[in-house]
Design a protein around this ligand. Structure first.
Ligand code: ATP
Ligand code: MG
Length: 208
């Protein structure tokens, strides 16, 4: 049975934290490929603060092009409305019949899942397993699992994975660009160039 990883995110911009996490998940869970899925409208973010979907898609493409195991899907970019993971996983299960799907996230996203904050959380966990990468400040405690009925019920479907401490976030990168601080070696070279060429993050980006 083939095993695909799904790396969903806003990727505004994509950074080495995302890439290291995806590659480590591929290795640790022996995934055949990892599909990056930039969202169109993140359900948990104020969309007036998010760059246009095509720019985020292109940056994700630039960042992943050199890895033969990585690809980028337009599934959420091309779907109207809020981008819910459950809709994406339903579509992928139809498209990739007979494939096990693993949704890769940071531990902050897993905390939302344990609180049941994602749409149809339980159905989602029935359809795919989760891989949670820990990053500084987002460790999962025994209590996080025990206090949550989702944590208790789906413990065997949520894997945790240690990754090198990468305290990188897109928020920090946007702030760095705004203040003229370097982002080299935090994002891939092509993404750095794209950000400067298109004057992203200089000020608030309008929604398109
Ligand atoms: P923002 O600061 O705008 O929220 P972000 O850096 O958290 O951006 P997202 O696009 O929101 O990036 O995250 C996509 C996925 O990647 C989420 O599951 C998130 O938990 C995970 N992630 C983000 N940064 C890291 C990191 N440094 N290490 C591991 N996982 C990460
Ligand atoms: Mg985030």
């Amino acid at each position: 049975m083939a095993r695909f990883g799904i790396m969903g995110g806003t990727f505004d911009p994509i950074h080495l934290g995302h890439l290291v996490t995806a590659e480590e998940a591929r290795f640790q869970l022996r995934l055949d490929r990892v599909i990056f899925v930039p969202n169109r409208r993140p359900p948990h973010k104020d969309s007036t603060d998010v760059s246009d979907p095509e720019s985020r898609y292109l940056m994700t493409f630039l960042a992943t092009a050199a890895n033969p195991y990585f690809s980028v899907s337009r599934e959420e970019i091309d779907r109207d409305g809020l981008s819910y993971a459950v809709d994406t996983i339903r579509a992928f299960r139809k498209r990739f019949v007979g494939t096990d799907l693993y949704y890769i996230t940071g531990a902050d996203a897993i905390q939302q899942i344990l609180r049941g904050e994602w749409r149809e959380t339980e159905q989602l966990l029935e359809m795919c397993e989760f891989i949670a990468a820990t990053r500084p400040g987002y460790a999962l405690s025994h209590d996080d699992w025990q206090k949550s009925h989702i944590g208790r019920g789906y413990r065997d479907r949520i894997h945790t994975m240690e990754i090198p401490a990468l305290a990188i976030s897109s928020t920090d990168i946007r702030n760095r660009v705004r203040h003229g601080r370097p982002i080299k070696y935090i994002v891939p070279d092509g993404v750095e160039q794209f950000i400067y060429t298109n004057a992203l993050y200089r000020e608030r980006q309008p929604v398109t």
